[in-house]
Ligand binder design. Sequence first.
Ligand SMILES: C[S@@+](CC[C@H](N)C(=O)[O-])C[C@H]1O[C@@H](n2cnc3c(N)ncnc32)[C@H](O)[C@@H]1O
Length: 274
Amino acid sequence: MIAGDCLTVLREMPADLIDLIVTSPPYADSRKQTYGGIHPDRYVEWFLPIADELARVLKPEGTFILNIKEKALGGERHTYVIETILGMRKQGWLWTEEFIWHKRNCYPGKWPNRFRDAWERCLQFNKQAKFNMYQEQVMVPMGDWAKTRLANLSETDKRRDESKVKSGFGKNVSKWVGRALVYPTNVLHFATESSNRNHSAAFPFALPEWFIKLFTREGDLVLDPFLGSGTTAIAAKSLGRGYLGIDIKQEYIDLTNEALRNPRRRAHSPSGAK
Ligand SMILES: C[S@@+](CC[C@H](N)C(=O)[O-])C[C@H]1O[C@@H](n2cnc3c(N)ncnc32)[C@H](O)[C@@H]1O
């Protein structure tokens, strides 16, 4: 675990070292300085040099998962996430996928012009189209699909049905009948946990765990350049992966080192994907 500005630390690291990066950078924040919040208007120019270094340290077949959500400012959603994606594509990153983290324990609230925010983006970036992915590791029980969608198959469900919008996507729904496990969707249902953690912006262990299972094997190396309370490193260790973390605040590095030395026995996180 390394204390320091991740841009400086990353510049010292060798290229093609890391198998998976999972991180949640500080908030874009127009007011507070909490966790080094960056003003939304300066977010892209601040983040892109870091993204460039992350591309350098990531192995060609590795994956970068960026947990981020745009703030509302001046009555509308800011566009820094979209601009970050466009900027990273210009750097050579592929924007491979977008997972939605649905915060399933979100409680009610009232805002004048929108509803309570109950989801965040987990953007997937890769250096090349062919990357390591172990889909069998995150399969989920068939659940209600067996009783609903798969119980009433149409004729087209029983053969490979080519997409009507010519997307090249073909499906044969009937081949899933009788199976116990299926592949998940790209919506992840995990409850937040920050109220019982030492960092107000911690993501739940289940979040990095899910991506670590999907994109790495035992012995692979996982990096979180904005480590916070160490969620990614602790999850990586519990899954037998190597881990590396950077945080600008020494107190978070100390907190993580302590948690890694004395891991609390954690109940196995259920897969939140459906
Ligand atoms: C949103 S929090 C990460 C929370 C983490 N995912 C967890 O589960 O605890 C962002 C972290 O980035 C750190 N940080 C802010 N600017 C940084 C920088 N330039 N380099 C490294 N860490 C930084 C903050 O101290 C903070 O702990």
